[in-house]
Design a protein around this ligand. Structure first.
Ligand code: HEM
Length: 155
């Protein structure tokens, strides 16, 4: 391996180690991510509005979705590159998806973390991260310049 490649590999390893240590300090490890994803999507399925939207798209493919969501959260938490998908594309064409469902998703995520998060800091980390991704997905999927009138925001 060239010096440059070796340097880059060491840099990536250092980023991962730091991320893992930061997460460990607030109680987040791989096992917790597994529990969170299992518990959260169990509750999603029971939710009167979110459940049907997810199940219509994922019927027959739930195990694959759960595995994907576990790699997604591992990737974000531990910077380990476990997830290589395209979240915006994945949400395109999900039937009955509306911007109003995002606050409901976030509310259910917060309630799940209230019940099972290993520490208040862990809840705060997941909520800050999910909120940022939810905003970004909402803009990518629903941004409409015609409705983006600063005057409307002052009302
Ligand atoms: C109202 C809110 C949401 C709905 C209804 C929704 C629905 C879905 C559905 C149906 C899929 C499966 C797509 C498929 O495989 O065909 C999916 C995938 C996914 N969702 Fe969401 N989602 C929502 C919010 C979020 C949020 C807030 C995040 C992140 C924090 C997120 C992250 C993901 C990821 C990473 C995938 C996997 C993408 C892939 O296939 O690589 N979703 N979502």
């Amino acid at each position: 391996m060239s010096d440059e490649l070796q340097g880059r590999a060491a840099h990536i390893a250092a980023i991962r180690e730091r991320a893992e240590a930061e997460m460990k300090a607030i109680g987040i490890d791989g096992a917790f991510i597994g529990t969170l994803v299992d518990t959260f999507y169990g509750r999603i399925l029971e939710h009167p509005e979110l459940g049907p939207v997810f199940d219509a798209r994922l019927s027959g493919r739930w195990p694959e979705h759960m595995a994907k969501m576990k790699s997604f959260w591992s990737s974000v938490a531990f910077r380990n590159g476990a997830y290589g998908g395209k979240p915006v594309q994945a949400h395109l064409g999900v039937a009955n998806m509306t911007p109003e469902l995002f606050p409901k998703w976030l509310e259910l995520f917060a309630a799940t973390l209230d019940d099972i998060a290993p520490s208040p800091e862990a809840k705060a980390w997941f909520m800050t991260t999910a909120d940022r991704i939810a905003r970004s997905l909402t803009l990518s999927l629903f941004y409409n310049p015609a409705l983006d009138d600063p005057a409307l925001k002052q009302a």
